[in-house]
Design a protein around this ligand. Sequence first.
Ligand code: ATP
Length: 328
Amino acid sequence: MESKAITKIGVLTSGGDAPGMNAAIRAVVRCAFYYNLEVYGIYRGYEGMIQNDIRQLNSSDIAYVLERGGTFLKSARSAEFRTPEGRKKAYENLQQHGINGLVVIGGDGSLTGAHLFYKEFGIPAIGLPGTIDNDLSGTDNTIGFDTACNTAIEAIDKIRDTATSHDRLFFVEVMGRDSGFIAINAGIGSAAAATLIPEKKMPVEALIDRLNTRAKAKKQANVVIVAEGGKSGGALEISKKVKKYLPNYDIKVTILGHLQRGGSPTSYDRVLASKLGVSAVEGLMQGKCDVMAGVINNKVVYTPIKRAIVDDKEVDEEDFRVAKILST
Ligand code: ATP
C-alpha cells in the first residue's frame, strides 16, 4: 500500500475511558511508522485539540502501554468543542502542526464530534469504537466491552460468596448507560437470578415471582443484575420495591461503578484494538473518511459514522432468552 495525501496523523481518546484504548493508540502509532507517517498525540481529547496540547509521538511513548488500562493520552469531555468557535480553534491548531488525518477513539459522542469536524473542515477522520458500553452499531463489540464484562463477572463472583454465606439477596448495578450489554453478559456469565436491562422492562411482580420460584426450588444465593439507566430504576430503587414484597429477605445493594472502566485489557480487547488501530491508519491512507472501523463476524468493516452512532443497537434477543432460561 502506498501513502498518498496523509502524512501526519493526529490521534486522540475522548469521552469515557475504556480498557484497550492504549492498545488502539499503540497500533495507530506502530502502523503509521510502518508506512513512514508521523503521528501526533492530542492529549485530553477535544479539549487538548482546542488548547493545542498536541505532541509528536515516538516509539518510546508507546512502550509498555498495550497491557495498561486507561489511556496515556488522557481523555476528557469538552463543552467548548460543541461550539463552532471551539472547533475552529481546534482546526487552527491541527493546521499549525500540519495534521491531515485524524483517528478519534471514543464513544458515540466523540464520533459525533469527529463527524461534525470533518463536515466543517474536511480533515479526514476515522473513528474507533472505544467505550465499555458496546452501544455503537457497525461493530460486534466495542473496545473495552469485553474487559468490562470480565471485571463485572469477577466482582459478582465475589459478591456471590457473601450472598451464599448469609442467604442474602444482592442487587448488583453494572454500567452501560442506556444499554444492557454488560448486564446481560454479566447475568449469563455469573448465573444471576435475573437481569434487568433498559431494553426490556421487567415488572417488579415478575421479578418477585422469579425469586419465589427459585426459593421453592431451594436455589441459593440470589444475585440480581441491574443495568444502570434502566426504565425500572437503578439497583437501589429496585431493591426498595422488592423489599416491600419480601420484607424477610436480607437485601443488599452493590454498585460496581467505575471499577468496570479500569484494569488491564483482556486478550480479546487487545486484539480488537490492535486490528482496529491498523485499520484506521490504512483506511485513512486508502482515502476513507467519516467512517468508523469495526469488526463484524471477525472481519474489519468501515461504517459511516452517521450510521454507527444511530442509537439502534440492542441486546440480542437470543442472549436475553438464554439468560431467562438459565435463571428460571
Ligand atoms: P462514552 O460513551 O464512553 O461516554 P462518548 O464519546 O459518548 O463516550 P461524550 O461525553 O458523549 O462521550 O462525548 C465526548 C466528547 O465529544 C464531548 O465532551 C464533546 O467534546 C464531543 N461531542 C459530543 N457530542 C458532540 C456534538 N454533538 N458536537 C460536537 N462535539 C461533540
